[in-house]
Design a protein. Sequence first.
Length: 133
Amino acid sequence: MADLNFPKLVRLHGDEPFWDSIKARRMALQRCSACAKFRYPAAPVCAACFSDESEWVPVSGRAELLSWAIFHRKYLPSYPPPHNVIVARLEEGPSMVSNLAGAEPSEGCIGRALQLVYEEDSAGVVLPRFRYV
């Protein structure tokens, strides 16, 4: 497998402001200017009201753990096995796939409060992760 730079692998057209905010360690998401729903991932129109007007707004970083898994296969160089993958629901509404930092998920952790943190991978790329509160 080629040595892939993870953020370049997942970047989508129009989400440059998201990755710029991560690099600055102040995550921002696209928010609809018409109905105030947050869009993640970034999209050209709002799924709730179909408006094409939006702005990039910093988020609180507070979240709730919805799901988790432990991967035992190496998919990317920055993620040697075993590594955890979580789904966190942000206080602002959207859910995002990330990793739990500082601990491993375990039985009974669903619903626990999380806080966004920023960590650099082995290539020096800043990534959004979460810690238990």
